[in-house]
Design a protein around this ligand. Structure first.
Ligand SMILES: NC(=O)c1ccc[n+]([C@@H]2O[C@H](COP(=O)([O-])OP(=O)(O)OC[C@H]3O[C@@H](n4cnc5c(N)ncnc54)[C@H](O)[C@@H]3O)[C@@H](O)[C@H]2O)c1
Length: 285
């Protein structure tokens, strides 16, 4: 008997918040390439973006695989409950979740920042991740594990990857809301990981470095001429130099998908940095 592994490593059902574009979409594509039979994209994007995302994931699906798009807001518990119920109705279960819905929020000094803008970034990036996780965990804890994926390992009933950022470790002037929201994701990931580990569900988070997605457009606009901002001047080039190079979205997608594999069985409550060495580089360039 061959000891080489050849079957898909992620044959289950994946649920991705913020899945309609950017890093969330890249994660969905990675799940499809690793053989997931069901993929759910949950997002507030309009129908045209959802349709394009559906098509770009579908091209990678296994023959019997299916992609669902569900419109909803991660700050609304009823939207998430409806989405998980639809997922289970369609696929019978939910094995992997990636919580990547996020916004950048206000980019201004504390003394110039409006409370409502600050509250909004915390609401989406922190409350949204916590709420998503709450609803996903309830489903995962109610199901048995997928059998025989990794014989001899502890059973995995589910795996959740939350989106933090290098701003879960570091800060930048003009980013108090974003930085606070991402530090909080790290904290809630650790606590939930300890709650769920004895029940066969792993919870981790990842911290991507610098990828030029639409999330950063507001920051780039500020950089084009106006006030202080994390991306002012040639800051972006500086970030990429410190990161070592330009990063591609699929490099984040693959890490998130692989972190959901039962082969990662002992990885619990971890913050996996995906930044080309940015955070360990003492040199700014
Ligand atoms: N781009 C980077 O360099 C970078 C670095 C570190 C972390 N991140 C994080 O990655 C995640 C994805 O961001 P991205 O860079 O792909 O940007 P993006 O703007 O392309 O994607 C974010 C997605 O989240 C969705 N979204 C926003 N608010 C929502 C809500 N209330 N409910 C449902 N969906 C909502 C958006 O519609 C969008 O599709 C974010 O959490 C972001 O903080 C990005």
């Amino acid at each position: 008997m061959s000891h080489h592994r050849s079957a898909p490593i992620l044959p289950g059902v994946a649920f991705i918040t913020g899945g309609a574009r950017g890093l969330g979409l890249a994660i969905a594509q990675s799940f499809a390439k690793e053989g997931a039979r069901g993929i759910v994209l949950f997002d507030i994007q309009p129908p045209n973006t959802m349709t394009a995302a559906h098509a770009s994931v579908s091209q990678f699906l296994i023959p019997d695989g299916k992609c669902l798009t569900i419109h909803g807001d991660v700050t609304k518990e009823e939207d998430l409950e409806r989405a998980v119920a639809e997922t289970v109705k369609e696929f019978g279960r939910l094995d992997y979740a990636a919580n990547f819905a996020g916004v950048i929020g206000p980019l201004s000094a504390t003394w110039d920042t409006n409370l409502e803008d600050w509250r909004k970034v915390i609401e989406v990036n922190t409350f949204g991740v916590w709420l998503s996780m709450k609803v996903q965990l309830k489903q995962m804890l109610s199901q048995s594990s997928l059998s025989d994926l990794e014989p001899g390992r502890v059973e995995q009933r589910g795996s959740i990857v939350n989106c933090a950022s290098v701003n879960s470790i570091q800060g930048g002037a003009g980013t108090t809301g974003y930085t606070a929201s991402k530090h909080a994701v790290l904290g809630l990931t650790k606590a939930a990981a300890l709650e769920a580990r004895s029940q066969g569900v792993r919870v981790n988070c990842v911290s991507p470095g610098f990828l030029l997605t639409k999330l950063l457009e507001p920051a780039m606009k500020v950089a084009e001429g106006q006030t202080s901002a994390a991306l002012a001047g040639d800051a972006w080039e500086g970030y990429e130099r410190r990161q070592g190079r330009k990063a591609s979205f699929e490099e984040v997608g693959d890490v998130v998908a692989l972190l959901c594999s039962p082969r990662m069985s002992l990885v619990v409550g971890h913050n996996l940095v995906i930044d080309g060495g940015f955070t360990i580089n003492e040199n700014p360039t």
